[in-house]
Design a protein around this ligand. Structure first.
Ligand code: ADP
Ligand code: MG
Length: 349
C-alpha cells in the first residue's frame, strides 16, 4: 500500500514535526475559537450559550476498510459523522479535535491525504480544528474526532421530548450507505479473487458516495430554524431507522406507527438492493450510516414543513402501550425491532 507515491517515513519528521506539518494550513474561522492548536488545551468562548460535545472512535478493520476507502474520504467522513451528532442536538458545530494512531505502514503522504479530507470538511462546514493527539499504533489506523458546538438552551433537542400525536420526520433518503457498502464489499471480493478485474461501480456514484462521503445535515437544522420549527425530539441516523426510532420512543416513553410506503428510498438504492436480493425497506430500517436526521414535530408545524422536498413525514407518535410498529405496504402491522448491530455491522475482519 502507498508504494507508488513518494514515501516519506513519519519518523523523519518526529511527532512535533508531523503535527506542525499536518495542521499548519488550518486557520481559525470562528470567533468562539480563542485558542486552537499549540497550547495544552484549546480555549472556546460560547458567551452564555450551552456547549455541546460529542466523540466518535473509528478503527481500521472495524469501522473502515482501506481496501476501498480513499484516505481523503475517510478524513472527510470521520468529521461528518461527528458533526452529525451536534446537528442532531439542533446545535451549531464550531470546533473539532482529531486524534490519530498510526502504524508504521502509513507514510507521511497517507496522513496528508487524511488531513486533506478533514480540511475540506472543516472548510465546507465552517469548523475550526483546535487540537488533537498523535500516537503510534501497533496495528492499523485509529481516528477519533471530538466535535464541539453550541446552542441556546431553549433550542436544544433531546431524544426524550416526543409527545403523542407528534409527526415523525426524516431528512433525505435512507438505505443508500448500506447498499453502497454491499457493492464495495462485492467488488473487493471479486478483486481479491482476480486482481486483473477492475471494480465495476459504473453508474453507482450516488450510493458509493453515500457510503464513502456522507454529508451531515447542517442544512436541515438551518432550514428548521428558518421555518421556525423546533423539533420536539431529534436523533441522527447512524445505526438505521429502526434503532433510532426505538431510542426516541424509549427515551420519550411513547410508541409510534411508521408507514413503509412513506420511508424515503432513492431509486438507485431501491434497484441495487433488489439486485442484491435485499429488501430495500430493510436497508433503510437496519442499514445505518446514512447520517440523516430523524425528528418529531408538533402537528401544528405540519404546514411549515410540508413543502420541503428534503423532509419526509413517515409516521406519528402514539401512546406507549401500542408499541412501535411498522405498517407495511400491504397494511400488515410489524413490531419494530432493532437489528443487533452485530448482524449488520460491517466488520472487515
Ligand atoms: P500534549 O503533550 O499536551 O498532549 P501534543 O504535543 O500532543 O501536546 O500536542 C501539541 C498541540 O498539537 C496541542 O495543541 C494538540 O491539541 C495539537 N495536536 C496534537 N496532535 C494533533 C492532531 N493529530 N491533529 C490536530 N492537532 C493535534
Ligand atoms: Mg498529546
Amino acid at each position: 500500500m502507498f508504494e507508488n507515491k513518494g514515501r516519506t517515513e513519519i519518523e523523519q519528521l518526529g511527532e512535533f514535526g508531523l503535527i506542525e506539518h499536518l495542521t499548519k494550513n488550518f486557520e481559525l474561522k470562528n470567533n468562539s475559537s480563542l485558542k486552537g492548536i499549540g497550547d495544552d488545551a484549546a480555549v472556546v468562548n460560547f458567551e452564555g450559550k450551552k456547549a455541546l460535545f460529542s466523540t466518535d472512535l473509528l478503527l481500521e478493520g472495524i469501522h473502515f476498510d482501506l481496501a476501498y476507502t480513499p484516505l481523503k474520504h475517510l478524513g472527510y467522513k470521520a468529521v461528518q459523522v461527528n458533526l452529525s451528532d451536534i446537528y442532531a442536538m439542533n446545535g451549531t458545530a464550531t470546533q473539532i479535535t482529531v486524534s490519530i494512531g498510526l502504524s508504521s505502514k502509513f507514510p507521511l503522504e497517507a496522513v496528508e491525504e487524511l488531513y486533506q479530507g478533514i480540511s475540506v470538511a472543516c472548510e465546507k462546514y465552517g469548523i475550526d480544528l483546535v487540537g488533537g493527539d498523535t500516537s503510534a499504533s501497533k496495528q492499523g489506523l485509529v481516528i477519533s474526532v471530538t466535535s464541539i458546538g453550541y446552542a441556546d438552551e431553549k433550542d436544544i433537542c433531546y431524544r426524550n421530548g416526543a409527545n403523542e400525536g407528534d409527526l415523525l420526520c426524516v431528512s433525505g433518503d435512507l438505505g443508500g450507505a448500506y447498499i453502497g457498502l454491499q457493492l464495495l464489499e462485492r467488488e473487493k471480493g471479486i478483486f481479491l479473487e482476480n486482481p486483473n478485474i477492475q471494480p465495476d461501480l459504473e453508474g453507482k456514484d450516488y450510493i458509493v458516495e453515500r457510503q464513502l462521503k456522507p454529508e451531515s445535515r447542517k442544512d436541515i437544522v438551518e432550514a428548521l430554524k428558518v421555518m421556525k420549527v423546533k423539533p420536539t425530539s431529534m436523533i441522527d441516523i447512524s445505526d438505521g431507522l429502526a434503532s433510532e426510532i426505538l431510542h426516541i420512543c424509549k427515551q420519550s416513553n411513547k410508541g409510534c406507527n411508521i408507514y413503509e410506503e412513506k420511508i424515503p428510498i432513492d431509486p438507485m438504492t431501491y434497484d441495487t438492493a433488489r439486485d442484491f436480493g435485499i429488501d430495500p425497506t430493510v436497508c433503510a430500517l437496519n442499514g445505518g450510516e446514512d447520517y440523516e436526521l430523524l425528528f418529531t414535530i408538533k402537528q401544528a408545524d405540519f404546514e411549515k414543513i410540508k413543502n420541503n422536498p428534503d423532509i419526509s413525514i413517515i409516521g406519528h407518535i402514539t401512546e406507549p402501550a401500542s408499541g412501535c410498529n411498522l405498517i407495511s405496504k400491504s397494511e400488515k402491522v410489524h413490531p419494530i425491532k432493532a437489528q443487533g448491530w452485530n448482524s449488520l455491522k460491517h466488520s472487515t475482519e
